[in-house]
Design a protein around this ligand. Structure first.
Ligand code: ADP
Length: 664
């Protein structure tokens, strides 16, 4: 076994690999970009080396530099994780040539599966079933159109070099084919520098079922059963489970053996996944592609087999035999994985970025696992995948596992950026999901139920918000009193008592475009809160770690409170509500004096500078355009005046809060 390995990756997968390495007594070397200098994976590793600036091509994709670090640090092997260099045959070959073990398949196996078309040709020879389609070398528009007509519509055009759903187009009618082909080719060329495509029959109600395979250097190959990854948005997975609901023993063996045959056909070694598309209408399954690396969703397989797949990878890479052979493997219970992303389900799942102002994860046990690369206070940057964490749960059957998933999701609290948490909760609670009515159209079909409008604060939420604010005000008074010389002064009393005055506090909150008022009357030991026409008798304690323990009309409940300058967020049982406390008397004055807007609201790239130094501008005149997370943001003049300076040029990267220009 190795004594020291380098992990050529970041985030949760780097942390995941380090965890197993530690268990096996292997020393670990991390690498990092400037954006990750303080990241969790860097802290967990025994040593860490800087790669370069944040952009992947200047850091995590620098194969030669990574190999050099492996040599310098004495690492005997490199684990590539997923993404980045994990399926780069040149990197695998460079490792082999340098005498550093690449923890993955031989370069030749990566090459064989690198092109979807070539992989299909190989699989055809190995008698693995393929979706009816065309994957030939002749790429003339005419021939592709004829093939599409022959296959019959709808068809799916895929980029041969594809991944991540890029360059994929559904064509419903022959007359639309030429236009969609041109568009698929453009996207493929832009993303993969290769416009080769293949055409497949588009299955209208398929499931995505994949088989985990493993092979060693001594000729053994096994399958570790299947994962169902049918719940997808934008053709990408978001919730996976194992085993696949409704799978029969005979079908499992058939698919497992087909996957092992696929692996054997290319001399595979290590962990791999053979993806199949399963036609729910006919029960037929077809080879889609093989991923020659560890998959994001591997933990569900670990949960149902009781095996550590990273340990298997390390053993196989150090030339040991597979820990178990086929007849020693069995499925126990059921597992789910929910991917928690910084993304906006209501806005077509567009990635989001931001600061994790508050992050609380469910209690980890043998049945609930959280794989994450971030901690509270970290940021999700625009440079990498916006996945925050993976939540994996196990139960003795699907129903028990799903119940555990629901409670664990409700215990997850994230404040500071837009996430898909509420969406995942709706998904886990949906009766059609509980009934395992699975196919890749699930999310689109149930969209309205899965993405409900954000909840409005009712009287109870407002009472909790008021208690949180009152507790904060009281704490500030307390701090003021302890600083004062005269502790006995009635002016510093924290009881809310005031001479000749009914102790009264008016609290105002904004939520979207609505405003709410809570009148709080201090009574001995509690508050009377008037909210609209409701009156609530309330009291509460705010702990130092931001948990409010409240009593509302005799009902006890607790809620997490996250207070940022302009925002009060309350999180309770998986629901979070963000309110903006404001003072109506100051609001008018503030609007007039509003400044700011000259700083970058988030990290991004300056794409256009619209104002010149010396220009006279009006309030609201656009000065610069910043692009972040595929969206453009206009930076406008906060007041009329003269442009004194513009500090950045198009193409330059800026971090959040950077001053971009100045208007005087
Ligand atoms: P990528 O490598 O870009 O992620 P895949 O080939 O793995 O693309 O396909 C991604 C998803 O697209 C699949 O999981 C499935 O939901 C859908 N898909 C792929 N091929 C077909 C097909 N022939 N018919 C219907 N859906 C398909």
């Amino acid at each position: 076994m190795f004594k020291k390995i380098l992990i050529a990756n970041r985030g949760e997968i780097a942390c995941r690999v380090i965890k197993t390495a530690k268990l096996l007594g292997i020393r670990t070397v991390a690498v990092y970009s400037d954006a990750d200098a303080d990241a969790r994976h860097v802290k967990l590793a025994d040593e860490a080396y800087r790669l370069g600036p944040a952009a992947p091509k200047e850091s995590y994709l620098k194969g030669e530099l990574i190999l050099d670090i492996a040599r310098r640090s004495g690492a005997q092997a490199i684990h590539p994780g997923y993404g980045f260099l994990s399926e780069n045959e040149d990197f695998a070959a460079a490792c082999e040539a340098a005498g550093v073990v690449f923890i993955g398949p031989p370069a030749s196996a990566i090459a064989a599966m690198g092109s979807k078309s070539a992989a299909k040709a190989l699989m055809e020879k190995a008698s693995v079933p393929l979706v009816p389609g065309y994957h030939g070398d002749d790429q003339s528009d005419d021939l592709l159109q004829r093939e599409a007509n022959r296959i019959g519509y709808p068809v799916l055009i895929k980029a041969s070099a594809g991944g991540g759903g890029k360059g994929m187009k559904i064509v419903e009618r022959a007359e639309d084919f030429a236009g969609q082909l041109a568009s698929a080719k453009r996207e493929a060329l832009a993303s993969f520098s290769d416009d080769k495509v293949l055409i497949e029959k588009y299955l209208t109600k398929p499931r995505h079922i994949e088989i985990q395979v493993f092979a060693d250097t001594q000729g053994h190959a096994v399958y570790l059963f299947e994962r169902d990854c049918s719940v997808q948005r934008r053709h990408q997975k978001v919730l996976e489970e194992a085993p696949a609901p409704g799978m029969t023993e005979a079908r499992r063996r058939e698919m497992g053996e087909a996957a092992v045959a696929a692996a054997k056909a290319i001399g595979y070694v290590g962990a791999g996944t053979v993806e199949f598309i399963f036609d729910t209408l006919t029960g037929a399954f077809y080879f889609m592609e093989m991923n020659t690396r560890l998959q994001v969703e591997h933990p569900v397989t670990e949960m149902i087999t009781g095996q550590d797949l990273v340990e298997w990878q390390l053993r196989v890479a150090s030339k040991q035999r597979l820990p178990l052979l086929q007849d020693e493997l069995a499925i126990r219970g059921h597992a789910f994985e929910a991917r928690i992303y910084a993304e906006d389900p209501a806005n077509d799942f567009l990635p989001a970025i931001g600061h994790l102002a508050h992050l609380k994860t469910p209690q980890e046990t043998a049945l609930v696992r959280v794989d994450s690369g971030v901690v509270s206070g970290d940021s999700i940057s625009p440079y990498y995948d916006p996945m925050i964490a993976k939540l994996i749960v196990w139960g003795e059957n699907r129903e028990a596992a799903l119940a555990r998933l629901r409670t664990a999701l409700a215990d997850y609290e994230i404040v500071g950026l837009t996430t898909n948490l509420a969406f995942l909760q709706q998904l886990a609670a949906h009766p059609a999901f509980a009934a395992a009515e699975l196919d890749t159209g699930f999310i689109a079909r149930h969209r309205d139920a899965l993405i409900p409008p954000p909840p409005e604060p009712d009287a109870e939420w407002l009472a909790l918000a008021a208690l949180a604010e009152l507790a904060r005000i009281e704490r500030e008074r307390e701090a003021c009193r302890s600083r004062s010389n005269d502790a006995e002064s009635p002016w510093h009393a924290t009881t809310g008592w005031r001479l000749n005055q009914d102790s009264r506090n008016a609290l105002h909150f904004r939520h979207g475009d609505k405003e709410y008022a809570v009148m709080a009357y201090f009574r001995r030991g509690h508050y009377q809160l008037d909210i609209g026409d409701r009156q609530i008798i309330a009291s509460g304690d705010l702990s130092v770690d931001g948990r409010l323990y409240a009593d509302l009309d005799g009902r006890r409940l607790s809620v997490s409170v996250v207070r940022r300058p302009d925002c009060l967020t309350l999180v309770r049982e998986g629901t979070s509500i963000a309110l903006e406390p404001f003072n109506p008397l100051l609001a008018g004055l503030q609007a007039e004096a509003e400044t700011g807007g000259l700083t970058a609201p988030m990290p991004g790239t300056v794409v256009a500078v619209l104002a010149q130094v010396g220009d006279t501008v009006e309030i609201g005149s656009p000065l610069l355009i910043l692009e972040a997370m595929k969206m453009e943001h206009t930076i406008a003049a906060p007041a009329a005046g003269k442009v004194e300076a513009v500090y950045y040029q198009p193409g330059e990267q800026v971090s959040a809060g950077t001053v971009l220009a100045s208007v005087v």
